[in-house]
Ligand binder design. Structure first.
Ligand SMILES: Cc1ncc(COP(=O)(O)O)c(C=O)c1O
Length: 424
């Protein structure tokens, strides 16, 4: 059990300054960029802290390097460490171990996107050994803890460690220097285990406490909100893994203590909105982010009226997006925006039925994107699974009406998750 200083759990500035020293020459000072598209959309001054451009393409290098370098200062004969990660912390550890000539055994869930596993191997080279275990970060973490105890190698936690938090806190010191004397009204930060938020809070609440810090979690993995609601650090029995960087069943002891006392709000965003944000950033600003990297910006929608006319900073935390996920991201965004619909359609088993469906049921801009059908000779009707993409979500009701009028409608699948996941 960790002894967290409950009275003042913030990481002291002296530790953040030590982290800044260690990180000199290792990390990038990432830009703080005004974003015109989102500034116009929200009638606010929206600035993006571009940790997607960081070494290892996420902020995680800051905490990992600070922790390992300070461990090495305390134990110069240290040779081997262990970590568990959803992917980005592992890249930070791998990069650091290669620089500091340390061996690392890295545990990641089996579900980790291939791109992240490859990058860990690339950064770590001969210094890193990757082990894929379990379906979730928490399962990989359990295996890593056991391995570290068995071999007596230090376990490098991805978020629940004051040195990790101090490393992530250096983002906020950089941010304040980049803003000089212009106050930040709102700071939006993604939350997985809470290490990044705890680091930012440690600096912001000691320097500019008037800045409101809003934590943003994925709707399907809202472990910080669950902890707040229960009044203790509970473990969610199940989570959605789509926002892989922030898919954590249980936040940390330190991170819970800091966030619970200092976070101004914690909100959740649906996966579909995260996907739409990824696509907007790519299409409009040529910025590539991974799902966790888009969380903070996706959170602005819930604060639309509050941030009007305000100075708002969002941390784009990472850009390790696997290109093979882009179809799924597009699909989720279409579903979220009411532009993609799946039906069970009854086709009369006679020639010309499909032609009639296309001519009389589909609107001029409705596009069939999925069609699965097998002719059954001993029945009057044959069921087909049909996916239709619309130009405008308002075209949905008239489409259903025409389908019903023509006797084609059997069932609507979007709101039936069990059926939906079976057919698609
Ligand atoms: C890109 C990215 N954003 C956000 C997070 C969440 O950070 P934390 O676990 O420190 O809350 C992670 C965690 O791995 C991440 O990789």
């Amino acid at each position: 059990m960790i002894a967290v200083p409950l009275k003042n759990p913030l990481v002291p500035m002296i530790d953040v300054e030590a982290a800044e020293e260690r990180l000199k020459g290792v990390i990038q000072q990432t830009p703080l960029m005004p974003n015109l598209n989102h500034s116009k959309q929200f009638a606010a001054e929206v600035l993006l802290k571009r940790e997607d451009l960081q070494t290892v393409r996420s902020y995680k290098i800051r905490g990992a390097y600070n922790k390992l370098a300070s461990l090495k200062e305390q134990q110069p004969d240290l040779t081997h460490v262990v970590c568990a990660s959803a992917g980005n912390h592992a890249q930070g550890v791998a990069y650091t171990c290669c620089r500091l000539a340390l061996q690392a055994t890295v545990f990641m869930p089996v579900t980790t996107p291939r791109q992240k596993v490859d990058q860990v191997n690339m950064f770590g080279g001969n210094y890193v050994n990757v082990s894929l275990v379990g379906d979730t970060f928490d399962e990989a973490s359990q295996a890593a803890t056991e391995f570290s105890e068995q071999h007596q190698y230090p376990f490098i936690h991805p978020f629940d460690d004051p040195e990790i938090i101090a490393g992530q806190a250096t983002i906020a010191s950089e941010l304040l220097a980049q803003c000089s004397d212009q106050a930040i009204d709102y700071l939006f930060v993604p939350i997985g285990g809470g290490g990044l938020a705890s680091g930012l809070l440690s600096v912001i609440k000691q320097h500019t406490p008037q800045t409101k810090v809003v934590g943003v979690e994925p709707e399907g993995a809202a472990s910080m909100a669950a902890a707040f609601q229960s009044g203790c650090n509970v473990k969610l029995p199940q989570i959605s893994r789509f926002v892989d960087g922030a898919a954590v069943q249980q936040v940390g002891e330190y991170t819970y203590a800091i966030c619970q006392q200092y976070l101004d709000d914690v909100i959740q965003v649906p996966d579909g909105l995260v996907c739409q944000t990824i696509l907007n950033l790519y299409n409009k600003d040529a910025i590539v982010v991974e799902p966790a990297g888009a969380l903070a910006l996706a959170g602005l929608h819930q604060y639309h009226s509050k941030i009007k006319g305000k100075r708002v900073v969002c941390v784009l935390s990472g850009s390790n997006n696997d290109i093979t996920r882009i179809e799924e991201i597009r699909e989720r965004a279409l579903l979220y925006n009411g532009l993609k619909h799946y039906f069970l359609v009854r086709f009369p088993q006679r020639a010309g039925a499909l032609k009639e469906f296309v001519a009389e049921v589909l609107g001029p801009a409705d596009d069939i994107t999925y069609f699965q059908y097998q002719k059954k000779h001993n029945r009057e009707h044959g069921p087909a699974v049909v996916g239709i993409e619309l130009n405008n979500s308002h075209d949905f009701e008239p489409l259903v009406q025409r389908m019903k009028a023509g006797g084609f409608f059997n069932d609507y699948l979007n709101n039936q998750p069990e059926l939906f996941s079976l057919v698609l």
